[in-house]
Design a protein. Sequence first.
Length: 268
Amino acid sequence: MKKLIFLAFLFFSLSAYSQICPLSDFTKLPPPQSDSKDWRKLNLEAYQRFSVSIVNGKVQVSKVESSSTDTTSYNLKRGQLFSYDAGEFGGNLYFLPKDTSQTIYVDGEKAPLVKKIFAIGIRKELIKKLADTPHILITGGNINAIFSYKDSLFFMTGIAHMGTNRGSIYKLELEGDNFKISKKLDFDNAPMSVAVYKKRLFVATYNRFYIINRWKKQLILDSLFWYGFYPNSIAVYNSHTVYAGMNGGYVKVDIKKKQLIFFKYKDY
């Protein structure tokens, strides 16, 4: 049996609930031409999000609740990393320590422990979580993923709004009481989701698909239709077959042929 590895937003909370969908709920179609009549129609109607994963050797697709703010969390021995991405309203990365008596530093500077937060566009339950839990601001930015790669910890940022379309991957190290942040890679096309498979990173950006090997970007597909459908998750079946979940359905990416197939939710 093939060894399957899947890590796509493992610590990414898209919503409060998810519901598994039978694959028969989706229709196999060629991808809609960007900004065509079919594309615009689907873009207006496809409000439902779908995430993908690999379960028992098969792709599994789930409905997830849509929201204006996405959150990410990652548990450490000494506490929890917690971030939010509110699109054009920004975002932040926090550390929620178990021991609030310890002094924490970020890049050598003392980071104050706070209990209040003000940010536009954040859900009420998110504000309550941060208001009720002492937390430390590590950095600002639209953080949409926190993930482990080659025994190290990383986070990814991405923003596509108005004339802005960019993002980065950063390494985050906790050395003693100090969080150290170092940039590993820049993108001129906003990263939206990431998966780790056999020492490589698979990244879906605003309208591109990359494979990252030894911190070098390989562009697999460009000018993709999904820039209006927000890819939120990646499921890697093997080195040649990858799935991505998004608004309105999901896609299957053939790495060798550099092609993709769109599976549209039948309700649209």
